[in-house]
Design a protein around this ligand. Structure first.
Ligand SMILES: [Zn+2]
Length: 388
C-alpha cells in the first residue's frame, strides 16, 4: 500500500465514523489504524480481549529502545442511546469551527492527531522513540489497557513517560480520582405479600446496604481525606442503578444495585469494600438468614481504576511543562487509564485536546482550534524527541 497522507481532521472524521461503542467490537477501527501505520512501514502489535472481538494496538516510531514517550488513548466511546442527537453520531460533521460526532472530544481527535503526524515523526529522525498505545474498553472501567501494559512490561523496551490524551483543553493534568465500582445482588425469599413473616425481603435488605454506603459517603465528606485540587475535594459515592421485585403483592426475592466510589488519591477503596462486606454479612445477611437460610448477598467488582497520583517534577510533568510552557499542573475528576500506567512504573500525565464538558454529551464536538493546538504540541514533542 502506498503511504497514506491524511490530515488530523480527516483522520478524526474517519475514526469517528467507526461505531466503537464499548459494547461493540473495535476491530474495524484497529484494522484501519494498523493498515495506515503499515502504509508508513510501521508494524503494530495487538493485544486482544478473551473473545477476540476487541484489541489494543501498540506501535513504536523511531528506535526500538527504552526511554520513550507513550501517546495513549482509548478507541471506545460511550453509547448514544436515548440522547437527542441532531445528526448521525457516527458521521463526523465539520461546522462552525467545530467537528461534531461521538468521540470527537473523548478522545478520537487525539488519536487522529498522533496518527496524522506519523510521517513527520518518521522523517524527523527520532532519537527517543514515540509509542502509540490505543486501548479498548476504557469507558467501561479501563478494562482493556491492562493487557497492553502487561505486554509492554514483559516484551518491549520500557518507555519512560506516558501522555494520556484525554480532553483537558491541552492543559497539563497530573492527578485524577480513581474508581471502585461494584454490583451487589441480594437473594432473599419470596412469599405472598400478606405473609411477610415467611419471607426475606431482598429490596428492604438492599435499601439497608445502600443506606450504609450513604453513611460512608457522608463520613468521607465530613472526615475523609481531602484533596483541594478536586471539586469536590473528597471521595464520593454514586448508586447508579437499582433493580428488584416483580409485583406489589409479592415479597421480592431478588434485588441488585450498582455502586461506585470516586476516590481521591490516598483514599483506600479496599477499606470501603471491606467495611461494606462486614456490614452486609454481619448485620444484613445474618438477619435475612434467620428467615431464609438460603439467602445470599454477593458483591462483584465492576471496575477498579486507581487514581493518578501527582508526582511534581516527574519526568512526564517536566516534559509536558517544557513543551506547553505550563507552569502549573491541574487535576480532573474523571477517571483515566493514567493510574494504571503509573502503577506499572511509568511517569504519567494527562494532556489532550477538547473539553470534558462535551464528552459523553449529545452533539459531542471538539473545537478545530483544539485539534490545531494538539498538532502544535505533538510537533514540539517530535522536535524534542529528534534532538534529545
Ligand atoms: Zn475518555
Amino acid at each position: 500500500m502506498s503511504a497514506q497522507r491524511l490530515s488530523s481532521r480527516q483522520l478524526a472524521a474517519r475514526l469517528v465514523d467507526f461505531d466503537t461503542t464499548s459494547a461493540k467490537s473495535n476491530l474495524a477501527l484497529i484494522d484501519f489504524v494498523e493498515a495506515y501505520l503499515e502504509s508508513h512501514g510501521v508494524t503494530a502489535r495487538r493485544t486482544a480481549d478473551a473473545t477476540g472481538r476487541k484489541a489494543n494496538l501498540f506501535a513504536t516510531l523511531g528506535p526500538k529502545a527504552a526511554g520513550g514517550v507513550v501517546l495513549s488513548g482509548h478507541t471506545d466511546v460511550v453509547p448514544v442511546d436515548g440522547q437527542p442527537w441532531t445528526g448521525d453520531p457516527f458521521r463526523a460533521v465539520e461546522r462552525d469551527g467545530r467537528l461534531y460526532g461521538r468521540g470527537t472530544a473523548d478522545m478520537k481527535s487525539f488519536l487522529a492527531v498522533a496518527l496524522a503526524l506519523v510521517p513527520e515523526a518518521l522523517a524527523a529522525g527520532l532519537k527517543v522513540p514515540l509509542h502509540l498505545a490505543f486501548s479498548y474498553d476504557e469507558e467501561v472501567g479501563c478494562l482493556g489497557v491492562g493487557g497492553l501494559i502487561a505486554d509492554v512490561k514483559a516484551n518491549l523496551p520500557q518507555p519512560r513517560i506516558v501522555i494520556i490524551g484525554e480532553p483537558t483543553n491541552m492543559k497539563l493534568v497530573n492527578a485524577n480520582k480513581g474508581i471502585a465500582g461494584f454490583r451487589t445482588s441480594v437473594i432473599g425469599k419470596e412469599a405472598h405479600s400478606s405473609q411477610p413473616q415467611r419471607a426475606a425481603n431482598a429490596i428492604v435488605a438492599a435499601d439497608e446496604l445502600i443506606g450504609f454506603l450513604a453513611r460512608v459517603a457522608e463520613e468521607k465528606r465530613d472526615t475523609g481525606p481531602k484533596d483541594g485540587r478536586f471539586e469536590p475535594p473528597y471521595t464520593t459515592l454514586n448508586v447508579g442503578t437499582v433493580t428488584g421485585g416483580n409485583a406489589l403483592n409479592i415479597v421480592p426475592r431478588h434485588a441488585s444495585f450498582a455502586w461506585e466510589f470516586r476516590l481521591v488519591p490516598g483514599d483506600d477503596g479496599e477499606e470501603i469494600v471491606a467495611r461494606f462486606r462486614r456490614f452486609a454479612e454481619q448485620e444484613v445477611l445474618a438477619r435475612l438468614r434467620r428467615a431464609a437460610p438460603e439467602a445470599e448477598i454477593v458483591t462483584e467488582g465492576l471496575a477498579r481504576v486507581p487514581p493518578l497520583t501527582p508526582e511534581p517534577d516527574s519526568p512526564a510533568e517536566a516534559l509536558v511543562r517544557l513543551l506547553t510552557g505550563a507552569n502549573r499542573a491541574e487535576s480532573v475528576c474523571f477517571a483515566t487509564e493514567g493510574g494504571l500506567f503509573q502503577d506499572a512504573g511509568f511517569s504519567t500525565v494527562i494532556c489532550g485536546p477538547g473539553s470534558i464538558d462535551q464528552a459523553h454529551q449529545p452533539d459531542e464536538f471538539i473545537e478545530l482550534a483544539q485539534i490545531d493546538a494538539c498538532e502544535a504540541f505533538l510537533r514540539k514533542l517530535i522536535a524534542w524527541a529528534a534532538k534529545a
